[in-house]
Design a binder for this molecule. Structure first.
Ligand code: HEM
Length: 152
């Protein structure tokens, strides 16, 4: 009898683990990476938090992006970016925020603003010595989100 309980428990463990990997959270914007090597290159969650802090400093210092971010929502946006990037890099997080379309509606984001944000993100990743290969793997997950974010 004890054996049956143990087997059922193990089966539950295995199947719940499998579904967690297979199902990205619904508002994530893209599917997560298969491995967590890139996440390790970002320094795990503490590294990612530090990078997002510098990213937001860059966004507010950059005249091209400042008008979008110069508000009281910075802390919330940073926290959401950490969870979103962590899940995309298969770091064991679940992004709890809004989807990319509804969270950017009304902001009138065009290609120039999008490229400026990507540059500011690259500067933050450079500052924290994230290898280019890993930077590019994450950027490749973000690039297709442009079509959900832009407004003509
Ligand atoms: C791939 C590119 C981008 C990603 C992954 C991204 C991600 C996010 C996330 C996760 C949030 C929080 C969502 C929520 O409300 O729960 C957010 C909000 C926001 N994003 Fe982006 N974003 C991107 C591009 C941009 C660009 C290019 C701009 C402007 C230059 C921008 C400006 C904003 C602003 C202002 C908010 C707060 C909106 C509000 O609630 O008032 N984002 N973004």
């Amino acid at each position: 009898m004890n054996f049956i309980y143990k087997t059922v428990f193990l089966l539950l463990l295995v199947t719940s683990g499998v579904s967690a990997v297979a199902e990205p959270s619904p508002n994530l914007g893209n599917t997560p990476m298969e491995s967590d090597e890139v996440f390790k290159d970002f320094g795990g969650k503490p590294g990612l938090v530090a990078i997002m802090d510098d990213f937001m400093v860059n966004l507010v210092a950059d005249p091209r992006t400042k008008p979008y971010f110069d508000n009281e929502k910075q802390t919330y946006i940073k926290a959401m970016l950490v969870e979103q990037m962590c899940e995309l890099m298969n770091g064991g997080c679940t992004y709890p925020g809004r989807d990319m379309k509804s969270s950017h509606t009304g902001l009138k984001i065009n290609r120039a603003a999008f490229n400026a944000l990507v540059e500011d993100f690259q500067l933050a990743m450079d500052k924290h010595d994230v290898p280019f290969r890993s930077q590019n793997k994450l950027l490749a997950k973000l690039a297709p989100m442009y079509r959900m974010i832009e407004e003509k």
